[in-house]
Design a protein around this ligand. Structure first.
Ligand SMILES: NC(=O)c1ccc[n+]([C@@H]2O[C@H](COP(=O)([O-])OP(=O)(O)OC[C@H]3O[C@@H](n4cnc5c(N)ncnc54)[C@H](O)[C@@H]3O)[C@@H](O)[C@H]2O)c1
Length: 285
């Protein structure tokens, strides 16, 4: 199936990025947030991001205008009915996502494929909320979606070959490299990444080094573009704890049990960049 009309549900860090990527690739995109004002605010953020591409010479002014014109912000889930593909990117919470999948299944046309951008949650649980589990898969983008090259295409045991092929072709049409992975918590990247991030917080708690020095060590010693604390702030500490909880739930491996400090920071709304403060401060401009 050729995808030309895409729905994105959720207009947080990832929903906005996925919308930008899909629109740049020439798709018509319906961006749905629970509030119309939030959806329009995300469109304004995308407009600024596209403006930066124009400043760098990577996009013409005409292309910027055409890309923006392909995006329709809405608060009405019914506006997604005619999409070829709907990608949900709401909060990393299984009951919320399951409910959303049952609603999308009710609203969308029979041909619509439904995908989740979940970082860790079982895709099969979302697929089974629908009457079309063969048309459900994971399409997992990375943060920031416009910059990061990888997409994990996640195959629940119910998915048809055509669904996986369409998801892979969509990711590649968006300029991404697609890897195929089974529906197991954390897929490839987060299954390997999150024990490392969690253990960095453990090292800090043990007083082995300051967070600044741990970040410097992993940049200088491993060639990583940013250290673990800067990365936790970028991902969002609330999302990070949800990811660790899902990994622990599936594997019962102590390496995945969120270090208590992380949970306390989430309770204190120290979520990282999105709340202005996490391990580091992010003054609002
Ligand atoms: N942050 C990352 O680095 C990253 C990377 C890849 C994938 N993801 C995944 O993307 C998804 C979204 O993460 P994010 O980082 O964009 O989070 P975010 O906190 O920036 O955005 C979450 C969005 O969900 C919406 N939301 C919250 N509760 C809801 C509800 N009950 N019903 C409907 N919508 C609701 C919020 O309004 C917001 O638009 C999650 O599944 C996450 O695991 C995140």
């Amino acid at each position: 199936m050729k995808v030309t009309k895409v729905g994105v549900v959720g207009s947080g860090i990832m929903g906005g990025g996925i919308t930008e990527v899909a629109a740049l690739a020439g798709n018509e995109v319906i961006l749905r947030s629970r509030e119309q004002a939030t959806a329009e605010g995300t469109l304004a953020t995308i407009e600024r991001s596209l403006g930066k591409r124009v400043d760098k010479g990577a996009l013409s002014e005409e292309q910027r205008k055409e890309t923006l014109a392909r995006i329709t912000p809405t608060s009405n889930l019914h506006d997604l009915a005619e999409c070829d593909l709907v990608i949900e990117s709401v909060v990393e919470d299984l009951p919320t996502k399951r409910h959303l999948f049952s609603e999308l299944d009710r609203i969308c046309q029979d041909h619509t494929m439904l995908a989740t951008n979940t970082s860790t949650l079982p895709v099969i649980e979302m697929a089974m909320e629908t009457g079309r589990p063969e048309k459900v898969c994971g399409i997992h983008f990375f943060n920031p979606a416009p910059a990061m090259k990888l997409v994990e295409v996640v195959r629940p045991i119910t998915a048809a070959d055509e669904t996986i092929e369409t998801a892979k072709a969509f990711a590649e049409a968006c300029g991404k490299t697609a890897v195929l992975v089974k529906d197991q918590a954390g897929f490839i990247v987060n299954a390997l990444l999150f024990p490392y991030l969690n253990n960095a917080v453990r090292l800090l708690d043990q007083g082995v080094a300051t967070m600044e020095d741990i970040d410097e060590a992993m940049k200088g010693g491993c060639g990583f573009p940013m250290g673990p604390f800067a990365l936790l702030d970028l991902v969002g500490l609330d999302t990070s704890v949800a990811i660790l909880d899902a990994l622990y739930e599936e594997h019962r491996d102590p390496n995945y049990a969120a270090v208590p400090r992380l949970r306390r920071m989430v309770a204190a709304e120290l979520w990282g960049r999105k709340s202005g403060k996490g391990f580091y401060d992010y003054p609002r401009s």
